[in-house]
Write a protein that binds this ligand. Structure first.
Ligand SMILES: NC(=O)C1=CN([C@@H]2O[C@H](COP(=O)(O)OP(=O)(O)OC[C@H]3O[C@@H](n4cnc5c(N)ncnc54)[C@H](O)[C@@H]3O)[C@@H](O)[C@H]2O)C=CC1
Ligand SMILES: O=C(O)C(=O)Cc1ccc(O)cc1
Length: 311
């Protein structure tokens, strides 16, 4: 076996993303020691049962001691408190990264606590499912998916290259961009689809009191697709909404305008407008497929149960 990339990797947060990382690190032999930390003793005990690492701690400070790479995989609203907690124990020369779905807010929360000599490189793997918790992870999650870094102006190129190589070994393709651009882009391609799904399923659920069980009984595949997204973790998505507020509100404003225009076309029987829009959107789907980006959320880990709230 080739020598591991890192002596010790600390995973702070061991839910879907943290546990998928633990599994791929083990499969690829990327670290000699994986230290796992999570706040909830129940989740930590489960991670231990699953054998996801070499050491386990509810105290993140203990886990990150001597670690060469620290990956924070907690809901974005908890990034600041985690950074504050682990800061005193971070080793000089270590790489500190995260996987949060929003970037400007995570940087604002974490950067003030990062000690001199520690390389802080914010990151975001564009890979996930609607499941959460340590049972939901799987080693193949990151395969052929993008991992975006939003490096800070003074990021050490050698540290960035080392972290990029780590993610490539996890199966990902790498891109870099500035945090504001990341947040605006993700607002439209990821955050809005989830918000729209939460909204449509909520509306249907309200109607259900009128129509009894018809929403479930007759739910067609289009509606079912929305229910998958709307089953995503409430804590994680509450935090995404609160921490990418401006970009999401901007995209929602555009979305509402376009929806009003669609509503008008339906009201006034403007078939040409409807046909033109639907033709244009069909082409978008085709370009995604041609670009090889039509990866469905795989079935790995689908049997996993919903994760208890707050664990
Ligand atoms: N679920 C998804 O599809 C994706 C999620 N992300 C991002 O990854 C991060 C983690 O998400 P998931 O793994 O899906 O969530 P998850 O809910 O499965 O796991 C979160 C983990 O963080 C722990 N945790 C929460 N607060 C903590 C704290 N203060 N200190 C220590 N541990 C704490 C929980 O115990 C749990 O182990 C989030 O920031 C999310 O935005 C990024 C890409 C995809
Ligand atoms: O489940 C899905 O379809 C997703 O879109 C998963 C996802 C959720 C959040 C992210 O920041 C990245 C990927």
């Amino acid at each position: 076996m080739t020598s591991p990339m890192f002596e010790k990797i600390a995973l702070v947060g061991i839910g879907l993303i943290g546990s998928s990382l633990a599994r791929v690190i083990r499969r690829e032999g990327l670290a000699r020691h994986v230290a796992i930390a999570t706040r909830s003793p129940t989740t930590l005990a489960r991670a231990k049962e699953l054998g996801l690492g070499e050491s386990y701690n509810t105290d993140a400070k203990e886990a990150v001691r001597d670690a060469d790479l620290i990956i924070v995989s907690v809901p974005v609203g908890s990034s600041g408190e985690v950074a504050q907690e682990i800061a005193p124990a971070l080793k000089k020369g270590a790489i500190l990264t995260d996987v949060g779905s929003t970037k400007a807010s995570v940087i604002a929360q974490m950067q003030p606590y990062v000690p001199d000599g520690v390389h802080f490189i914010p990151g975001h793997p564009l890979a996930g499912t609607e499941k959460s918790g340590p049972d939901a992870g799987f080693a193949e999650l990151f395969e052929n998916r993008w991992c975006i870094f939003t490096p800070l102006p003074d990021t050490d190129p050698a540290a960035l290259e080392k972290l990029s190589e780590f993610w490539r070994r996890c199966g990902s393709n790498i891109d870099t961009m500035d945090p504001q651009h990341h947040d605006m882009t993700l607002a439209i391609v990821s955050h809005l689809p989830h918000i729209i799904a939460y909204n449509i399923v909520g509306t249907a659920d309200d109607l259900q009191s009128v129509t009894k069980s018809e929403v479930i009984k007759y739910s067609a595949s289009g509606f079912r697709d929305f229910t998958r997204l709307a089953a995503s973790d409430p804590t994680m998505w509450r935090d995404v909404c609160l921490h990418n507020k401006d970009a999401i509100l901007e995209m929602l404003a555009r979305f509402s305008e376009d929806l009003a225009s669609l509503q008008r076309a339906i009201r006034w029987g403007d078939g040409e407008k409807l046909f033109d829009l639907f033709t244009r959107t069909r082409a978008v789907r085709r370009s995604i497929i041609e670009a090889g980006q039509d990866i469905d959320v795989p079935d790995f880990g689908r049997q996993a149960v919903e994760h208890p709230k707050g664990s």
